[in-house]
Design a protein around this ligand. Structure first.
Ligand code: FES
Length: 128
């Protein structure tokens, strides 16, 4: 079942087309935590693209695009995460690490910012 971005995020067609341009096909939005802030990112996509997506949909994430290759070579997207059910934190490349349920980003890479206050209201998650 395709995810209805238009009704979930109340965005226009142009924004949906922008999202489709940057994402691989996905069929759900996965709840994850970014520095204490809950977001929902598309499965089958990297954390990097997922955060770009969230920024497009909500304006809550901004990225300094000039810093990043999005190809696994610059290493500038080094991000500290903790996976569901694990205590240990580890550093990963956000552009090479897939969105997965329960993942927590404990420290974003420089150049990523998440706005924690004044978040836009959002429709409830699909009970999938
Ligand atoms: S953006 Fe360059 S390695 Fe991830």
């Amino acid at each position: 079942m395709p995810v209805d971005l238009k009704s979930i995020f109340n965005v226009d067609e142009a924004t949906i087309l922008d999202a489709q341009d940057i994402l691989r096909p996905f069929d759900q939005l996965v709840p994850i935590i970014i520095e204490g802030h809950e977001v929902r990112l598309p499965n089958n996509n990297s954390l990097w693209r997922g955060m770009q997506f969230w920024g497009l949909m909500t304006g809550e994430v901004t990225i300094d695009f000039g810093l990043y290759c999005i190809a696994g070579t610059c290493k500038n997207c080094k991000t500290r995460i903790r996976r569901a059910g694990e205590d240990r934190k580890l550093n990963v490349l956000a552009c090479q690490t897939m969105v997965e349920p329960g993942i927590e980003i404990v420290r974003l890479a420089p150049g990523f910012k998440i706005r924690r206050e004044g978040a836009a209201p959002m429709a409830p998650a699909d009970p999938a």
